[in-house]
Design a protein around this ligand. Sequence first.
Ligand code: SF4
Ligand code: SF4
Ligand code: SF4
Length: 280
Amino acid sequence: MRWSKSAEQALSKVPFFVRRRVRRKVEEEADRQRATEVTLDHVRICQQKFLKNMEDEIKGYQLENCFGSSGCPNRIPSATGFSDMVEQILKKKDLKTFLKEVVKGPLKFHHEFRVSISECPNACSRPQICDLGLIAAVIPSFSDLECSHCGACSEICKEKAVTLTDNMIRPEFDMAKCLYCGNCVKVCPTGALKRGVEGYRIMIGGKLGRHPRLATEIGGIFSEQNTLEAINNLLDFYMQNCLSGERFGEILERVGITEIDQRIIPLNAVGHWISGRLSG
Ligand code: SF4
Ligand code: SF4
Ligand code: SF4
């Protein structure tokens, strides 16, 4: 639906983490009034409703996805539906009831547990500033097919992780630089490169606000199944340690990251094993 300039301006002042939700509500309001354009009045009506019924609007969590599944060429995962599975776990935890018990005073949007999924390392949905951030990843791997020495993999790699010189049979990968975007695999004309281990990088404890904190990455690439298990464990950890509606980052600062690592690493993360050159 079309938005007037003043309505867009008003929306831009809404905190980013609820902006998408507010946009949807305002459009619903305009639709109810059979309007063809969203105006400032629609925004104001929704603002009043929101403030009056804020607690009803709160789910206890926010889940944001990048636009990868709507056809972004950078998207890594080969299957869809992962986000729905993440949402099922979030719903099962009944975070709203939990937050009502621990938060002293009325529940607000900033108390909600924020999860963000990006389907490639470009990280458009800003997983680094969420309580739990997931970034899809694929490790390039060699197949049995021959390398033609075309150099396309080395040219496409923005991280300068691929080296190819005349005396090499095939390129060498510096996995310490690699961000697991899979672009080198996509451009390889002979199939000498293939998609290796696929999954998600997991980061925890990011936030903005008075004391911003970038999320801490848990070393490794986790398969889809292991990521779901990790999310379940991390949410349990959060609920066991959250004393008064603190953000996950604050909890991590208080209890330290080591305890979280011990819960996650047994789930067979693979990325942290790989360093130096890519093996065949
Ligand atoms: S994070 Fe990657 S896949 Fe998602 S929208 Fe951005 S560029 Fe596309
Ligand atoms: S997967 Fe790694 S090596 Fe390949 S293009 Fe991406 S960053 Fe470079
Ligand atoms: S691995 Fe593929 S892209 Fe890279 S040089 Fe060989 S044939 Fe070209």
